[in-house]
Design a protein around this ligand. Sequence first.
Ligand code: PMP
Length: 416
Amino acid sequence: MSTDLARPDLAGAQADYDALVAQGMKLDLTRGKPSAAQLDLSSAILGLPGERYKADDGTDTRNYQGLQGLKELREIFAPSLQVPVDQLIAFGNSSLELMHDTLVHALLSPLPGAERRWVDEERVVFLAPTPGYDRHFAVCDRLGIELLAVPMTPDGPDMDVVERLVAEDPSIKGIWCVPKYANPDGVVYSDETTRRLAAMPTAAPDFRIMWDNAYAVHHLTEDAIEVADVLALADAAGNADRPFVFGSTSKITLAGAGVAFLGASPANVKWWLALTGKRTIGPDKVNHLRHALFFGDAAGVAAHMARHRELIAPKFAVLEKILTENFADTPGVSWSSPKGGYFVTLTVPEGTATEIVRLAREAGIALTPAGATHPGGEDPQDAIIRLAPTFPPLEEVEKAMTGVAVCVKLALAQQA
Ligand code: PMP
């Protein structure tokens, strides 16, 4: 199979593709899941907390109560999420669940600063920096919240567009943000972007930033990039209630059995806990204790993440290598080189993404559907493909990506 030509002719590309199909692969680059080897890094958690069930303050973690979550675990994650311990909630295993619930609460009970609950508004609109995370969009779709795409830049959402929209339209109630190593393009918000988000005038008095810091400690290089402190900046700008900060240990410990966090202003936290107290008596504090004992402190989290990096950085490197070898000089083909997180965005010439994903599928390589990174599942340019290399073993990532390169070349040759 020739993978060295920047743009093979149609017959050559087709022959390469036929050879790929003949291999009968069954590979998957779709979802951002940790591999089994990554999950093994946290095996010790399964044996914790052992005989111990008392928290530092004497709380019996086996029992009810403690709605805000175990303090010693909140202390460990407060610095990386940039939330004061008293304003941080540790909850169940999924931050997506916390985001969903927060929006449901806002629909059914007025947020601090709101004139009315969102179900009583004519329209509720959220800004969706695009490309973005499909599950954010799905939460809005499910709850009847309209999405309005805004372009991404290398510094985060295009703030000129965002500021103009939120200033003039009171139905725009929020914005989705993945501030660090964004899903899917790996973008890190500049301090200036964060400052503008925190300070911009909004027509809606109850405007919220959904600050999903899912990849706060997920560095792929030695450069532990930090973003600006959105809660502090919003507070300083007189908008203390604007941000809701989210995070979780899904890609730190066990994706299905970790701990999720929510941080916000004291008023927001009080509002959220009062409403959530109607839905549960309290979270799983035994799991909180298990996690606190496993890490010990914030440095323990950083050391653990360095081990993740050893496992996944080579997978990102292999993607980079194959893309560079094949497409360094191909017009219209570019890709992100993230310094953290779980994804690479591959940009292909307009109108080819769906075809590339189809070709890959026929060859047994599952890719995230083209358009998934856009509101409504529609990429008007049909040019963005999200690649997620963490889950398969390294050899499979290499095989799958070599196959994807063949598919891209065939789609380009077909279009030429
Ligand atoms: N936010 C982002 C940006 C993500 O990429 C993911 C996982 N793909 C999640 C949230 C889901 O997090 P959790 O497992 O805590 O629900």
